[in-house]
Design a protein around this ligand. Structure first.
Ligand code: GLY
Ligand code: MN
Ligand code: MN
Length: 447
């Protein structure tokens, strides 16, 4: 299973599908992600731009895609780095123009260094340019320079484009619907991440630090074939769990505390995103158990509202109902559940939404509302379900015993024809399963 990837044919299908939606006589232009410098001669690990990746699978920087429906000499033009034995000796192999055509399906490929001479000629005479306007200031400027090059030749009969259209409008709607191949890759990413969470639970001991568990995650991601985590892993013990995007991961794991791990790996640029919360000691206290049961009930309730015909917000509403009713049961909120929901009384405890689209980006693209209405779910849409309860350490309105508890349970699901498939079901989440997994790990360590 280590070679689960999007097949080349799928990239061709996506380009075709995008071009079929573009107006006649138009061009789409997309730059690759830049290389980011970490310090002096050191670069951040390269990650391709998600839109660029979606249409090409081409993994290199310094590249530009031009899609030109109906162009006689080929509709898919790729500008990329030239082969260079000296540079390749230092930095690794490059596809070059030959590789771009042979391995990545380009109809035509040119050296990126020639783009100023060639791209204006490809734009010239096309009335519409599809482009991610405003997301890359440097490339915006270059595009305007190319347009001005064409304008400067207007007296010779050159025709500059007269419309710029936001490419994301078409492309991000395509990305929202995952194909069978995409679901397969995302399922694989989720399975590796599930193993990572299990390994962290098994390794957890009082006296270790949050980074020890992060190391178990990284080890499992890498061993599973993932190059990168999909986002910075959150390993938050005790009250740190009440910081939603906690990143320090350097505090000690104390007996009696919970630890919240929000982490997932990326496979072929597709994200997984899992949260589990478990006791450092392996056994929940009464208060932790009470809050945990509510969050778990909310997580499970949400799945009943994810399926074709359901709208985006139904799962969120289900989690709000369960959490509000649970907080009333425990005396953390007082009043009628419906009134408390209307007044958003749950928000000091549950301040985020129940989920987000998931795909090439961990917070993936795609509109949540269409024409002012919540989006109706359709097969292939993929999202997280991640209710949580966070009781601020300094919340004066609740008894001391509750303060500093932070719990989130997050799964990844894809909408199917009849409901939804949970991609992250391999990680235990009931109290019984977690406690027995952790107990077994400790007994094995002692034996
Ligand atoms: N890991 C970020 C999130 O759960 O949305
Ligand atoms: Mn998430
Ligand atoms: Mn998450």
């Amino acid at each position: 299973m280590s070679n689960v990837r999007i097949p080349r044919s799928e990239y061709a299908r996506r380009r075709k599908a995008l071009m079929a939606q573009m107006e006649p006589n138009s061009i789409a232009i997309l730059p690759a992600a830049p290389v980011y410098i970490r310090n002096r001669d050191v670069e951040h690990t390269y990650r391709q731009d998600s839109d660029f990746q979606y249409l090409s699978g081409f993994p290199e920087p310094d590249a530009v895609i031009a899609l030109i429906p109906g162009r006689e000499h080929g509709e898919y033009v790729l500008f990329c780095r030239e082969r260079d034995p000296e540079r390749e000796l230092w930095d690794g192999l490059r596809a070059g123009q030959e590789g771009a055509v042979r391995d990545f399906g380009a109809d035509d490929a040119f050296p990126i260094g020639d783009i100023d001479d060639i791209l204006p000629g490809l734009i010239e005479g096309r009335s519409r340019v599809y482009y991610a306007i405003g997301s890359n200031a440097e490339f915006d400027q270059r595009l305007m320079d190319w347009i001005n090059t064409i304008r400067s030749k207007a007296r010779q009969g050159a025709q500059p484009p007269n419309e710029f259209v936001e490419l994301g409008h078409l492309l991000h709607d395509m990305r929202l619907y995952k194909s069978a191949a995409e679901t397969k890759v995302m399922r694989h990413a989720a399975q590796i991440s599930a193993r990572a969470h299990i390994r962290a639970m098994q390794a957890c001991r009082p006296g270790l630090s949050e980074y020890h568990l992060e190391a178990e995650l990284d080890y499992t991601f890498r061993k599973g074939g993932a190059r990168l985590a999909a986002y910075g892993s959150i390993v938050a013990a005790g009250r740190n769990a009440c910081i939603l995007h906690y990143r320090e991961n350097d505090a000690p794991l104390k007996d009696g505390d919970l630890v919240l791990i929000d982490a997932g790996c990326e496979i072929d640029c597709y994200a997984s995103d899992i949260t589990r919360t478990f006791p450092v000691s392996g056994v929940f206290t009464a208060e932790q158990r009470a809050i945990y049961e509510i969050v778990l009930e909310a997580n499970l309730a949400a799945f009943d509202y994810i399926g074709p015909g359901r709208h985006w917000n139904e799962a969120h509403e289900a989690t709000v109902r369960v959490i509000t009713a649970g907080l009333v049961r425990l005396g953390l909120l007082e009043g009628e559940v419906d009134e408390l929901i209307a007044a958003e009384a749950y928000k000091p405890f549950y301040m985020h939404r129940a989920g987000h689209w998931l795909g090439l980006d961990v917070h993936d693209v795609g509109d949540y509302r269409v024409g002012g209405q919540w989006r109706v779910l359709e097969p292939g849409m993929t999202m997280t379900v991640e209710p949580g309860i966070y009781i601020a350490p300094d919340n004066p309105n609740v008894a001391k015993k509750w303060r500093g508890i932070g719990i989130r349970i997050e799964d990844d699901v894809v909408v199917t024809k009849t409901g939804c498939e949970i991609l992250t079901g391999d990680v235990p989440k009931s109290i019984g399963e977690i406690e027995s997994l952790m107990t077994a790990a400790r007994q094995e360590a002692i034996a």
